[in-house]
Design a protein around this ligand. Structure first.
Ligand SMILES: [Zn+2]
Length: 170
């Protein structure tokens, strides 16, 4: 029953009814469905991250979580979109790819220190490990993941205290 290679989960927001669903990433081929509205949850593309669910989605992601902070009017974001689509499809189950509409959820974007869009932030274990500002090729996305290799593999807490992320009051 339990498969050693699976067992990683992530929480995603249903694009239809916004219910949060915990998904077994090892069983995506079974076609996960929303527990509330029964419509399919598709993880072969970036999933929309509602601002109010961001913290929960971040905390629950048991795989690296790549967040695209974008806006509809942003040209470079449109250039980036197909790159992210392809990336999400290729790395389905290994990486959770989300997108945050910075116009709808400016408070989350501000909290993340997003100053330009698109901003791509890679989180692992609930922490930011790398970010890219501006559109770029697929290789740039892959390079963000190099930062993961340097991180300790143990899922435990890191000894170092959260180095203050330059809290500028403004
Ligand atoms: Zn639903």
């Amino acid at each position: 029953m339990t498969n050693a290679t699976t067992g990683k989960h992530a929480t995603v927001s249903c694009p239809f009814c916004a219910s949060l669903n915990r998904v077994d990433l090892g069983r995506l081929e079974d076609g996960p469905r929303c527990g509330t509205c029964r419509r399919p949850l598709l993880l072969d593309r970036p999933v929309a991250v509602p601002g109010e669910s961001f913290d929960r989605i971040l905390a629950d992601a048991e795989v690296p979580f790549l967040l695209d902070c974008y806006a509809d009017w942003c040209g470079p974001c449109r250039i980036m979109a197909p790159v992210l689509d392809e990336f999400a499809r290729d790395r389905m189950g290994e990486v959770l790819v989300g997108k945050l509409d910075t116009d709808r959820y400016p408070e989350v974007a501000q909290r993340l220190g997003v100053r330009g869009i698109p901003t791509l932030i890679l989180f692992s274990g609930g922490r930011e490990v790398a970010r890219q500002v501006g559109a770029g090729p697929r290789a740039g996305l892959e390079a963000l993941f190099d930062s993961l290799g340097a991180a300790p593999k143990t899922g435990g807490r890191f000894p170092k205290n959260a180095s203050s992320p330059s809290a500028k009051s403004g």
